[in-house]
Design a protein around this ligand. Structure first.
Ligand SMILES: [Zn+2]
Length: 337
């Protein structure tokens, strides 16, 4: 990776002659972005006004691509920050979402409108929901309740002609020496893909590796309803490891620069959560209570305000509901053992 890059903000076209406007190690929330790898800018999209909960990433080159918009409620801050980075309305070439949950894709319709040259990239199983979000927003309303409008916002439709489906292995060209390779990675959701940056080696992992908020410090799996599937999720972790990324970029939140260890930890943690859930399920016990009893100790010493962020983003009840649904579905299709 380029040794002249430091943490700090950069023009997206990366003019090295103007790389002198001050270096802030660690985002204070006032910098528009933090450089986390060569030509990769992490943008804090401040869901709920919280720092370090939802990240978007701008991959720079002559055709810059944004990975994740965050929720619709994050669009004003995202637009501000892209503007501060020097990105005019004609400049963004692409926006890709790892999956269509609203904390990742809620801003896509707004971003597509503001950047008319940007192609919107999405998994095949998510495309129709970006074009017509009615059903997606209805089901989000059931899952999020009042938080839909108070925290996330909704999702504006994207004109179908702006949407490009990414099949596994397909590439988005960012510059002559840089592309993002799509990695089909179901498990967290069936419409999940990761993006592997050919230049920096960073793998944008969405939610497939789990959630590790820097302020909580604990990696937890993210197993929400209705799609969560353990075998698919473990398979996706294996596919990530096979690609030997140099780092993992989590949507929640930031860069993990020890990918081999992090993927092994994610695999082990996911199996433990699934095992605790399955034993509770077989006993007829409450899965959320069992998970709470087993894993609450992970958060010992974490301040209440940071626990609250984790609870909203990756709550035990959401994980329990996804695990219960997975166990129930697996049983009903008869391949439970
Ligand atoms: Zn998420």
């Amino acid at each position: 990776m380029g040794g002249h890059h430091h943490h700090g903000h950069h023009h997206p076209h990366g003019d090295p002659g103007r790389d002198d406007d001050g270096e802030a190690v660690g985002s204070t929330g006032t910098e528009p972005a933090t450089t986390v790898a060569d030509g990769v800018l992490e943008i804090d999209t401040l869901l709920g006004g919280w720092q370090r909960v939802t990240a978007g990433y701008l991959v720079t080159g002559d055709a810059p691509v944004l990975v994740e918009t965050g929720s619709q409620s994050s669009v004003p801050i995202l637009m501000d920050r892209l503007g501060q980075l020097g990105l005019g309305p004609a400049d963004l070439a692409g926006v890709v979402v790892t999956h269509i949950h609203l904390d990742h894709a809620g801003g896509v319709g707004d971003v597509a409108r503001a950047f008319p040259n940007a192609t919107v990239y999405v998994h095949a199983k998510g495309a129709r929901h970006l074009a017509d979000p009615t059903r997606l927003v209805d089901s989000a309303a059931r899952v999020y309740g009042p938080l839909l409008d108070s925290l996330y916002g909704r999702l504006d439709p994207t004109p179908p002609e702006r949407i490009r489906v990414l099949e596994d292995g397909e590439e988005i060209r960012v510059s002559s020496n840089r592309s993002l390779v799509a990695v089909d990675s179901p498990g967290h959701a069936k419409h999940h893909l990761a993006l592997h940056d050919s230049l920096s080696g960073v793998l944008f992992a969405g939610d497939a590796v789990g959630v590790k908020l820097p302020d909580a410090g604990v990696l937890r799996p993210s197993t929400p309803p209705p799609d969560f599937d353990l075998d698919l999720a473990l398979g996706s972790l294996g596919r990530f490891a096979d690609r030997r990324p140099t780092a993992l970029a989590l949507a929640h939140y930031g860069l993990l620069d020890d990918p081999t260890d992090a993927l092994a930890e994610a695999d082990g943690t996911l199996r433990r959560w699934a095992d605790v859930a399955e034993r509770a399920f077989r006993r007829g016990d409450d899965i959320a209570a069992a998970l709470e009893a087993e894993f609450a100790g992970d958060l010992e010493g974490v301040a209440e305000e940071h626990r609250e962020k984790l609870e909203v983003m990756n709550g035990v009840h959401s994980n329990a509901a996804g695990l219960r649904r997975w166990l129930t579905t697996r049983e009903s299709v008869g391949d439970g053992e």
